[in-house]
Design a protein around this ligand. Structure first.
Ligand SMILES: Nc1nc2c(c(=O)[nH]1)N[C@H]1C(S)=C(S)[C@@H](COP(=O)(O)OP(=O)(O)OC[C@H]3O[C@@H](n4cnc5c(=O)[nH]c(N)nc54)[C@H](O)[C@@H]3O)O[C@H]1N2
Ligand SMILES: Nc1nc2c(c(=O)[nH]1)N[C@H]1C(S)=C(S)[C@@H](COP(=O)(O)OP(=O)(O)OC[C@H]3O[C@@H](n4cnc5c(=O)[nH]c(N)nc54)[C@H](O)[C@@H]3O)O[C@H]1N2
Ligand SMILES: [Mo]
Length: 762
């Protein structure tokens, strides 16, 4: 191996968690210059009566650990509570063109936005405006447009209260163009699980991890992206649960974990091994891998029954609760081991070992994340996960079921309360009846369609409730080029990011309170709520001093835009709602009485309250009224073949980022330091391409159209990754992804198998 110091890579031998994570937290607390009071606030995170972490959507236990936060939750908190500020002076010093040359890290590191700002094209600078002026002008613009050509995007952080108001505003205005970050994320789950079992989300709850005896774990990286999951995973490992991992990369958090809250592990340096089997499946190889397991299980069941032994499949369940088992079983029998091995990159022997664990387990949870949803055939990936579960009745009983790990802290909740472009998912009649208006009924734009509309010039305006849309979507160069042709762009945000630096003809930057900050309104201090990956809903109360006295809360901003745009409607008392968010919760309860009964009272229940899930009770809200086996259409989820020098590019998160927010340049668990401009490549592929670690390469998109998609100057990193697959960080990679390269049916950009070619730079 070459000298890794030259290229900013040094080996990290430690487990996930442990001292490394404490050190990393101390570093960011120092860098963000947190006040002692705000540092103390870290202890309120994810505690009853405290605030809910702004990072991931992992569940919050009723009886939290002393420090129920993790390295990355602490980083997210410090990022929001920073004492650094982006004031009008900052914008006087830096033109927008200059700022476009800054890195994502430097933009956000500049600090919290303090004043509402408007872009001034003449000076190419943002200048301070009053809130009143901003809202009046935004309203005047919106009134001029065709609502069907306005995009109202939401990133999954805003609370249930804000999200409900935002979606209502969009519909009263006349549009269903309500894409959200879910369209780039777990929309594949929403569509595939709805079709297979009638419930579009996880059926398990947090306590099911106490009852399972096997976990099949696909394409999710808990060490970086949901570190609090490491606690239940460790507890499972300790009590002998078999944890079978499928991931092209050896992710540290799935290999071993030191609990930073466990004094024995911390002082002795001991760690708990997590995975009992680790299968480095090819990117896009999971359909085949799961088919192999199903094939073995189905055939072993036939053999067992022929020999008069206990069956392996749950035939009663299959009979009573499912359809199309025979079609699927025939497909599994007909698929050859040759094809399974070729497409998965795993051996028959390895898959048989996994299948044996499944066959003997009594209750299995299937966990997955972006490694399954973000593929051309992501739907088939998830259908295979469901097929696997259904074979042994692993749903609707303790310790069993699908456990998709959601992304943003309230992304699932936003869908629950109406942020959706899909009319069938929203109780439009109920809205019409409660608020006496006629909501739009046609399908709105999802994220990919919104980008198409920007590229074609059809879209007139974009409103962003959080997020960094232009940076998170695929096809970065074309979208960036087209973006300034929008007539109006409005960003509700806490920190400066690249999307803000591509102003439409009129452009506002509206700074809001973060969730951790005190939110005082007419009736006193307010709380908000969110829904986690387990459909549990919690209250959250901010306590920190706001970053600036000029900030407004998200509900206040949404309400003010609505009042400036819409004719008054006595049924929707925007100002009263802002004065008391409890009244927004009443409206939510009236709209969804079956999910949110006694909302205001239950908000502070210990451990939150569960909104319920039909499939968890074996009630199937599918077309057939049963849980459905689905026969996959293909064996390769990537949707393209590797040939000689075409690779499957996986675009990944480092341990030092939250989506497009870059906290730093140290991907500790993968031992990559100092730069994000890298390509992970295995030794065999390096030899084939005539490169070695430290060499520079360019990646070129290979979508088969005329668009040039290219990233240069990437350093090759010698990495344990299956041949034909390479890895790079998101969002730097997004310029390589064609807008047309999305998951069929769910329209989620297929960011985990992007066709690219490698060019050696000499
Ligand atoms: N600190 C931090 N926390 C986060 C985020 C963050 O950026 N930083 N983002 C949040 C959001 S919005 C989301 S959606 C989640 C994302 O969390 P994850 O779902 O973990 O997403 P990724 O990091 O993109 O990577 C997914 C994993 O899939 C693996 N993988 C890639 N391709 C395949 C494949 O074909 N098959 C299999 N089996 N595995 C594959 C990768 O090696 C990687 O380990 O995390 C949330 N939490
Ligand atoms: N290639 C590739 N592309 C991907 C992915 C991938 O794995 N690979 N993952 C996709 C996924 S899963 C997702 S979810 C999307 C994420 O896409 P987005 O959700 O659009 O992006 P984020 O980076 O989470 O947004 C960060 C910005 O949110 C703002 N913000 C932070 N906190 C708050 C707040 O409290 N209120 C408001 N109003 N604003 C706030 C800040 O200004 C910050 O700059 O990216 C997707 N894109
Ligand atoms: Mo996400």
């Amino acid at each position: 191996m070459s000298d890794r110091k030259d290229i900013g890579v040094d080996p990290y031998g430690g487990p996930a968690g442990g001292w490394g994570s404490l050190k990393s937290v101390a570093e960011i607390v120092g860098r963000e210059k947190l006040s002692p009071g705000n540092t103390a606030l870290l202890h309120k995170q994810n505690k009853p009566g405290g605030f809910m972490c702004v990072s991931c959507a992992w569940g919050k236990p009723a009886h939290p650990h002393i420090e129920e936060f993790c390295e990355n939750g602490a980083k997210a908190t410090a990022w929001e509570l920073t004492s650094l500020r982006v004031t009008p002076d900052f914008f006087r010093e830096h033109s927008v063109t200059e700022l476009r040359g800054w890195k994502d890290y430097d933009l956000e590191q500049a600090g919290r936005l303090t004043h509402p700002m408007k872009y001034d094209a003449e000076t190419d600078k943002y200048v301070a405006v009053s809130w009143a002026e901003a809202f009046a002008d935004i309203g005047a613009h919106l009134k001029r447009y065709d609502p069907k050509k306005v995009i109202a995007y939401a990133s999954g952080r805003a609370s249930l209260e804000t999200s409900y108001m935002y979606a209502l505003f969009a519909r009263m205005y006349g549009t269903q163009n309500l894409p959200d970050s879910s369209n780039m994320c777990h929309e594949t789950t929403s569509v595939a699980l709805k079709k297979a079992i009638g419930s579009p989300v996880a059926t398990i709850q947090l306590q099911d991890y106490d009852a399972c005896d096997a976990i099949f774990y696909f394409g999710q990286n808990p060490g970086s992206n949901s570190p609090r999951f490491l606690h239940p995973l460790r507890a499972c490992a300790k009590r002998g649960v078999e944890i079978i991992v499928f991931n092209p990369l050896k992710e540290r958090g799935l290999e071993r974990f030191t609990d930073p809250q466990n004094p024995v592990e911390m002082t002795t340096g001991k760690s708990t091994p997590i995975a009992t089997q680790y299968h480095q499946v090819k990117a896009g190889g999971d359909i085949a891998a799961i088919m192999g397991i199903c094939k073995w299980v189905i055939e072993a069941d036939l053999r067992a029954r022929a020999a008069g032994e206990q069956p392996i499949l749950d035939h009663d369940f299959i009979e009573q609760h499912t359809t199309r088992f025979e079609d699927f079983a025939a497909k599994a029998r007909d698929t050859s081991w040759g094809e399974i091995e070729r497409e998965s990159g795993l051996t028959r022997a390895a898959l048989t070992e996994a299948a044996k664990v499944y066959a003997r387990s009594k209750a299995m949870i299937a966990v997955y994340g972006m490694g399954l949803t973000q593929h051309r055939h992501g739907m088939d990936n998830l259908f295979m996960v469901m097929n696997l579960l259904l074979l042994r009745g692993n749903i609707g009983r303790p310790g069993a079921g699908p456990g998709p790990v959601r992304g943003h802290s309230n992304v699932q909740g936003q869908r629950t309360v109406g942020i959706s472009e899909k009319p069938e998912l929203v109780p439009l009649d109920r809205f019409a009846e409660l608020f006496e208006f006629e909501p739009p009924r046609e399908k709105g734009w999802d994220t990919v369609e919104a980008c198409e509309a920007v590229l074609s010039g059809e879209a007139q305006a974009f409103i962003g409730l959080g997020g960094n849309f232009v940076r998170a979507v695929p096809e970065t160069s074309l979208v960036e080029e087209a973006w300034p042709r929008l007539d109006l762009t409005v960003h509700i945000a806490t920190k400066l990011n690249r999307s803000h630096l591509l102003p439409g003809r009129t452009c506002y930057l509206l700074p809001c309170l973060g969730r951790i900050e005190r939110d005082d309104q007419a009736s006193g201090p307010q709380a908000v709520s969110m829904e986690d990956s387990f459909s549990t809903i919690y209250g959250s109360r901010g306590r920190a001093e706001p970053a600036s006295p000029h900030l407004l809360s998200e509900p206040a901003i949404v309400a003010a835009m609505a009042m400036a745009t819409l004719e008054p409607n006595p049924k929707v008392p925007w100002a009263e709602w802002v004065g008391d968010y409890g009244k927004v919760r009443d409206a939510i309860e009236n709209t969804y009485p079956e999910l949110f009964g006694n909302y205001n009272q239950r908000l502070w229940d210990r451990g939150g309250f569960w909104k319920g899930n039909a499939a968890a009770h074996r009630e199937w809200k599918t077309e057939s009224g049963k849980a459905e086996f689905n026969v996959p259409s293909v064996m390769n989820a990537a949707g393209f073949d590797d040939d000689g020098d075409r690779f499957r590019l996986m675009t990944l998160r480092s341990n030092d980022q939250f989506n497009t927010t870059i906290y730093g340049y140290y991907d500790r668990f993968r031992s990559i330091r100092g730069t994000r401009d890298i390509v992970m490549m295995c030794r065999a592929d390096q030899e084939r391409m005539g490169v070695k670690e430290g060499d520079k390469v360019a990646l070129v998109g290979d979508a088969g159209d005329d668009v040039v998609r290219r990233v240069e100057g990437l350093t090759v990193i010698d990495y344990d990754i299956p041949p034909g697959c390479i890895g790079m960080y998101y969002p730097e990679s997004n310029v390589l992804i064609a807008l047309s390269h999305y998951a069929l049916d769910s329209m989620v950009p297929a960011a985990k198998s992007v066709p690219v070619r490698v060019e050696v730079m000499r």
